[in-house]
Ligand binder design. Sequence first.
Ligand SMILES: NC(=O)c1ccc[n+]([C@@H]2O[C@H](COP(=O)([O-])OP(=O)(O)OC[C@H]3O[C@@H](n4cnc5c(N)ncnc54)[C@H](O)[C@@H]3O)[C@@H](O)[C@H]2O)c1
Length: 296
Amino acid sequence: MDDGGDLVTMLHQQRRDQLPEIIGGTEETTTGVIRLHSMEANGVLGYPIVAINNADTKHLFDNRYGTGQSALDGIIRATNVLIAGRSVVVCGYGMCGRGVASRAKGMGADVIVTEIDPTRALEAAMDGFRVMTGKEAATQGDIFITVTGNKHVLRPEHFEVMKDGAILANAGHFDIEIDLASLRDMAPDNREVRPEVREFALGGDRRIYALSDGRLVNLAAAEGHPASVMDMSFANQSLVCEWLVANAASLEKKVYEVPTEIDKDVARLKLETMGIRIDELTTDQKIYLESWEQGT
Ligand SMILES: NC(=O)c1ccc[n+]([C@@H]2O[C@H](COP(=O)([O-])OP(=O)(O)OC[C@H]3O[C@@H](n4cnc5c(N)ncnc54)[C@H](O)[C@@H]3O)[C@@H](O)[C@H]2O)c1
């Protein structure tokens, strides 16, 4: 079962009597998995759950290429903005952020990354992006895209210094990554200027445009991820359901990783659908890799 969290929360809060009937569940998203780990740590998780998001064949592709492409698709459909030559600020350099940053770079944007994690920030810098604080980026960006799973990543201190015409979009967690409640307070005379685009008039003739009321722009203003990347996520979900049923007797009320065999199977199946063949280890290579006596 995966529903982005609502059903899981409802079951655990209002229908606890039904928890024993559930064999197991699956969780698709990054943020959902974080919540489930917290439920497990607090001893309230009612059945085994498999973290689909953590499978390589999920987050390396769905989050990176799916969100990367569809977030930009949503922004373009909503605004018809030209990405080339614009400063695009990507807040969060996780799997989704990498995708958004690389797609935006590919379209000719000057990409700026903001992070709170030093390793991710370093990676972004070495991937060739400008990395700076949110406050600095706020003064430079034309288009801001939040993909952090966090709240209020863009907030009044940023709105106050943004350029006229700045576009704000969220492709991360629900509608709280951009503090739109505060933006509404700062600009009570906001108006919808075209579908999915709300203009907030700030002092000094500055206008800021927030897309899709801060909800996931790739779902609200575009069509979400293409089927040809979701197929891997859903293949993980269905194969894991079979695995849950087969292993029900031995599973505990914990968050499990997707078994590696399933993850690799999904990759193999996907390659097959793409007509791509890869090499296999020779017997000699297998022995070499497994031994500790050979080689250096
Ligand atoms: N739009 C979609 O269709 C879609 C698809 C997949 C995931 N998601 C969601 O997108 C979000 C990100 O997913 P991910 O897989 O990239 O997660 P991730 O954990 O790999 O990356 C999130 C990054 O954001 C950084 N971060 C956290 N707070 C920050 C802040 N205040 N400023 C700057 N950076 C900050 C973290 O350090 C981390 O590197 C999650 O909420 C996830 O559920 C959305």
